[in-house]
Design a protein around this ligand. Structure first.
Ligand SMILES: NC(=O)c1ccc[n+]([C@@H]2O[C@H](COP(=O)([O-])OP(=O)(O)OC[C@H]3O[C@@H](n4cnc5c(N)ncnc54)[C@H](O)[C@@H]3O)[C@@H](O)[C@H]2O)c1
Ligand SMILES: [Zn+2]
Length: 356
């Protein structure tokens, strides 16, 4: 597959997305920006691997105040948000300050959340450094933190002022995290793009720049119709009802899994349900299972963990009354949202997944 067809800029309704291989867009954007102060939110790994590459591209970055957090999901926490607001306050960040989120989905979710609420909202931009963040998390404006181990339980929707994608950052990303990012790309292909799906299933040559671009383009097309997540955007929750529950249930334990790994398991479980409901064909389900098991190990859950997963599912944001509402990928690269299932049905299919 060629990178042909990938544009350098994708203009969304409210902000530009730049494919910025040489930071030329970032330089221009920063030169024109009139922010009073510049803050960079980064974790220890992105400070080591990414900040040195970025810093020389503009004097405003060299003199920016760096806010460092620990790497990992545990940083998506209210206590860390409080620390960030404290640093902003102590360094006199006013309404015209800019927060630059340099990192993976943890940094962009947390940084976007902090920026959205600080003084009722300051500007922020995302400079994603993981595949997951480039292809998915930094687009669409969902920001938030985890609460009581429930994923993204507290959050808001606030879009960045701009997004700068520099694929070369991926050179230092550990393989497990590179694979982690593939799950969301597989998800969006399965929901709506046959050509991308076939490319992933046949995986002759994977052109990262192309799949990042395609994934953003597809996600953006949905987000622009439904920023607030009240309709069509819920399709992007495919794999996430069960996936988030697995991720939350194992969070902080020795068996903690990454977001993409949990979503991969969630996509398999939810697609088995889709086949049972005759919404999805077995061929696609089998392709999905093969593809995902090539990338991720199976998540084995004991009885206690299974019950915890089911408890988490009951807290899912999409539930109405006693119904669990799933978003499912359907035959022919289509999808269906609000497919009601019971907890008992999910419990049975979790056992089917365990037995694969
Ligand atoms: N807002 C959204 O729409 C959305 C969508 C999908 C996922 N998410 C969220 O994103 C989060 C996961 O994001 P993630 O997978 O990017 O995780 P992450 O931010 O924790 O990054 C993964 C790891 O890679 C390290 N790292 C990052 N860039 C690096 C680089 N270039 N070189 C070396 N190391 C690097 C980080 O320090 C971290 O240890 C989850 O919290 C998930 O809920 C949000
Ligand atoms: Zn996700």
């Amino acid at each position: 597959m060629k990178t042909k067809g990938v544009l350098s800029t994708l203009q969304t309704k409210n902000y530009p997305i730049y494919f910025d291989e040489h930071f030329s867009f970032l330089k221009k954007w920063l030169s024109g920006s009139k922010h009073s102060k510049y803050f960079i939110l980064a974790d220890d790994n992105t400070i080591n691997h990414c900040f040195p590459i970025l810093a020389n591209s503009h004097p405003k970055l060299k003199s920016a105040h760096i806010i460092a957090i620990n790497p990992g999901e545990a940083s998506k926490d209210l206590s860390i948000a409080q620390q960030i607001w404290t640093v902003l306050t102590e360094n006199e960040a006013d309404k015209k300050a800019l927060l630059i989120n340099l990192g993976g989905g943890v940094v962009s979710d947390l940084g976007g959340f902090c920026a959205a609420l600080y003084k009722r909202g300051i500007d922020f931009v995302n400079i994603p450094t993981t595949l997951l963040a480039m292809a998915d998390a930094s687009v669409g404006g969902k920001t938030g933190i985890d609460f009581l181990n429930y994923k993204n339980h507290i959050g808001t929707i606030q879009e960045p002022k701009a997004l700068f994608i520099h694929p070369a950052f991926l050179h230092t990303l550990p393989v497990r995290h590179l694979k982690n990012g593939m799950a969301e790309i597989i998800k969006i292909a399965c929901l709506q793009d046959k050509a991308l799906w076939q490319n992933l299933v046949n995986h002759d040559t994977i052109d990262l720049k192309y799949i990042i671009y395609k994934s953003i383009e597809l996600k953006h097309a949905i987000v622009k119709k439904d920023l607030k997540d009240e309709g069509i955007r819920q399709s992007l929750n495919f794999g996430h009802t069960v996936g988030h529950a697995i991720e939350g249930a194992l969070m902080g334990t020795k068996k903690e899994v990454l977001h993409g790994e949990a979503i991969a398991a969630g996509m398999i479980v939810e697609s088995i349900i889709a086949v049972e409901k005759k919404l999805l064909d077995e061929t696609t389900l089998n392709e999905l299972i093969v593809l995902l098991f090539q990338l991720y190990p199976k998540i084995n859950l004991n009885k206690l963990e299974t019950n915890k997963v089911l408890d988490h599912i009951k807290q899912d944001k999409k539930n109405t009354k006693d119904k669990i509402n799933l978003a499912l990928a359907c035959k022919g690269f289509k999808f269906k949202t609000n497919v009601a299932v019971s907890i008992a049905e999910i419990k049975n299919v979790l056992a089917v997944y365990e037995a694969i």
